[in-house]
Write a protein that binds this ligand. Structure first.
Ligand code: ATR
Length: 284
């Protein structure tokens, strides 16, 4: 990639950053599109976030990504926040235009694209059972609600977090969300009523690849089973689901599609999704 005086900058701000696949994915995409821009990792400690964001605004950046632990905190340094990001309460992408910073959240959209691309069906009218209640779950559940899912069950180890998220979903959309106790019978009833199951917890992630967030006996035929964990590619949950001939949705496409959405917001052009897939697949 040729870097010259006109080269624009993008970055990911996080702490730590050593595992991020985003620099690789975006730099390949810029190169493929001959877009004169590079993407750099900026390891930023929480206490330095404000100063770094301010400095970025004074340089030749067209935008940046934000990851753990800055997704909520960054919002107070921005000029504007998009409606969905505001409802989610977190930003993962910032666009800089005419000296103004606007925050977006592409995590949920990334998931939705991966789901609809894989199932070839819209989520509208579907009933969804989600495990977890953290930041990823918040982005996904709000995006599904915005896209007219009919029912969203939230089941989390810490029940109070599930209750609180359901309250927030129901306050922003119609009352479609219900918390579920993480107990066999409660989960069974909710899953039986659902079309789609999504794991947004970290259970099953390397090196605990032999763990699943729920017993196989709770899965059923015809359920669409998604896991946002992408290391390993096929988690224990997805293996169990596959054994029952369920449709399965991997975690890696969500990562690529959330990046593709950010790329489009920054450049105004469609992201070369295949190039981005190739970049992350060769390194994950
Ligand atoms: P993220 O922002 O990536 O979603 P997070 O906010 O740390 O990350 O959330 C992680 C989710 O995984 C939470 O829902 C967490 O449950 P708690 O709210 O009870 O902490 C869930 N989680 C993590 N480890 C878990 C485990 N061993 N069993 C069940 N749930 C787990």
């Amino acid at each position: 990639m040729k870097i010259d005086g006109n080269t624009k900058l993008t970055a990911v701000l996080g702490y730590p950053l050593s595992h991020s696949l985003s620099p690789l994915m975006h730099n390949e995409a810029f190169k493929h599109c001959s877009f004169n821009c590079i993407y750099i990792p900026l390891e930023v400690k929480p206490e330095d976030l404000g100063a770094v964001v301010k400095a970025i605004g004074r340089m030749n950046f067209i935008g940046f990504n934000v990851t753990v632990p800055h997704k909520v905190e960054v919002m107070k340094y921005l000029d504007e926040v998009d409606k969905l990001a505001d409802i989610i309460g977190a930003v993962n992408t910032v666009v800089i235009k005419d000296g103004k910073m606007k925050g977006y959240n592409t995590d949920g959209i990334g998931f939705l694209k991966s789901l609809e691309e894989s199932t070839k069906q819209p989520v509208e009218g579907r009933k969804v059972f989600i495990l977890g209640a953290g930041g990823a779950c918040r982005a996904i559940s709000m995006t599904l609600a915005m896209n007219k899912a009919e029912r969203i069950y939230i089941c989390n180890r810490t029940y109070e977090r599930a209750e609180s998220l359901c309250r927030d979903i129901n306050a922003n959309f119609t009352s479609i969300s219900l918390p579920v106790l993480m107990e066999y019978e409660n989960m069974k009833e909710a899953i039986e009523d659902s079309d789609i199951l999504i794991n947004t917890t970290t259970v099953g992630m390397y090196p605990h690849s032999d763990e699943s967030p729920l017993p196989k006996s709770l899965l059923k035929e015809n359920l669409i089973v998604c896991d946002i964990v992408y290391n390993p590619k096929k988690t224990k949950l997805l293996k169990d689901a596959e054994a029952l001939e369920c449709k399965i949705v991997f975690g890696l496409p969500m990562l690529v599609y959330q990046g593709a959405e950010a790329f489009k917001l920054w450049t105004g052009i469609e992201a070369p999704v295949n190039v981005m897939f190739k970049a992350v697949e060769s390194n994950s």
